[in-house]
Design a protein around this ligand. Structure first.
Ligand code: GAL
Length: 378
């Protein structure tokens, strides 16, 4: 299957961890529709680890936990589909999943067939318990092939946490998205570490093989399975903006039944979602005071050229003090040989920013960001 835009959706892991069930998934499906998330394009509902029985059946097939999913997975998939959503599940290329449920090693074709029969549209595939002598890339390729031959279009989401230089081989495996980093937790330190890991890897984001910076923690506020300290509104905004601008898949991880206004303001920002989903998928480039990627001051300015001829300019401040940054028309390619007007809109405040002479300034709070959309008018 070919996907042309970063997938958007919800995944159970960050908030619910092992505590998943048929009822929960149905409630999440309802909430995705009722809150308007579906209309914004969040279409995948993904069950993470811990959904199966600890043993396969006598024919080697995976079975859904009888306690958590008493009616089996097909019923759950049918419900999710009845809401106009797509349904995702989880397995692992090793002998066990990361939480010690059966993995798909040496069962790839049977599992792909089982998933297709249940009606899944998305498979997240983890990297735990890999037999030492078997290379990870081979196992991703094998499952990708099994899925392609399963008789159903199934998006393949690789989750090797950037290990073994994933960026060098993942686009040869048939994976549709790939995890750049280790696991996110609900803290500013995690947002910062993951963003910086992705900066150092260099945003290897391909159409049909999207670089996944991990599920969102926006709105968790210190509650749920991967909760830590929680983050401020400013920090969640920086997190969402960075992920969106880099073209990462955006999989919500908070409890979407209980989103407050602050959380909705972030996850529902249509203009920022549009930048994430921009069809040209141009790689953002960095403009900085330093010419290498590791700005000692931990502030980064990224520019992404959009399909409609406008620019998205993101200023990110990962430091603990306020920062001032600017971009010039010249750096942006806007110093024109014919009269050229343009508007600059702050996509969080909605305000119009006035350039000073030929320079656009931004004041960025600690842990904060600014995202400007610059639209030429010719
Ligand atoms: C990790 C993965 C997490 C989650 C977890 C489940 O390896 O990175 O996103 O899927 O396993 O056990």
């Amino acid at each position: 299957m070919t996907i042309h835009k970063p997938p958007l959706g919800f995944n159970t892991w960050n908030t619910f961890g092992r505590d998943i069930s048929e009822d929960l998934i149905k409630e999440m499906a309802d909430a995705m529709v009722e809150t308007g998330l579906k209309d914004l394009g969040y279409e995948y509902l993904v069950i993470d680890d811990c959904w199966s029985e600890k043993q396969r059946d006598s024919e080697g097939r995976l079975i859904a936990s009888k306690e958590k999913f008493p009616n089996g997975m097909k019923v759950v998939a049918d419900y999710v589909h009845s809401k106009g959503l797509k349904f995702g599940m989880y397995s692992c290329l090793g002998t066990m999943t990361c939480d010690a449920y059966p993995g798909s090693f040496n069962h790839e074709y049977l599992d792909a067939k089982t998933f297709a029969e249940w009606g899944i549209d998305f498979l997240k595939y983890d990297y735990c318990y890999r037999p030492k002598n078997v290379p990870g890339p081979d196992l991703y390729r094998k499952m990708a092939l099994a899925l392609k031959n399963s008789g159903r279009d199934i998006l393949f989401s690789a989750c090797s946490w950037g290990h073994d230089q994933t960026e060098d081989w993942i686009d040869t495996t048939g994976a549709n998205m790939w995890r750049v980093t280790g696991d996110i937790k609900d803290s500013w330190q995690h947002i910062k570490n993951l963003a910086k890991k992705s900066i150092s890897v260099g945003n290897r984001n391909w159409i049909n093989c999207f670089a996944d910076l991990d599920m969102l923690i926006v709105g968790m506020k210190g509650k749920g399975f991967c909760a830590l300290t929680g983050c401020t509104e400013e920090e969640y905004r920086t997190h969402f903006t960075f992920w969106a601008l880099m073209g990462s898949p955006l999989m919500i991880g908070c409890d979407i039944r209980e989103m407050d206004e602050e959380t909705k303001n972030i996850l529902f920002n249509k203009e920022i979602l549009a930048i994430n989903q921009d069809s040209e998928l141009n790689r953002p480039f960095i403009i900085n005071s330093c010419d290498d990627m590791s700005d000692p001051e931990d502030t980064y300015t990224y520019v992404k050229i959009l399909e409609d001829g406008s620019l998205a300019v993101g200023f990110f401040n990962f430091t603990d003090t306020k920062a001032y940054r600017f971009v010039t028309e010249e750096l942006l390619g806007l110093s024109a040989d014919i009269p050229l007007e343009y508007t600059v809109k702050d996509l969080w405040s909605g305000e119009e920013i006035k350039p000073v002479n030929t320079t656009i300034y931004a004041e960025i709070p600690p842990h904060g960001c600014r995202l400007y959309k610059i639209t030429p008018k010719i």
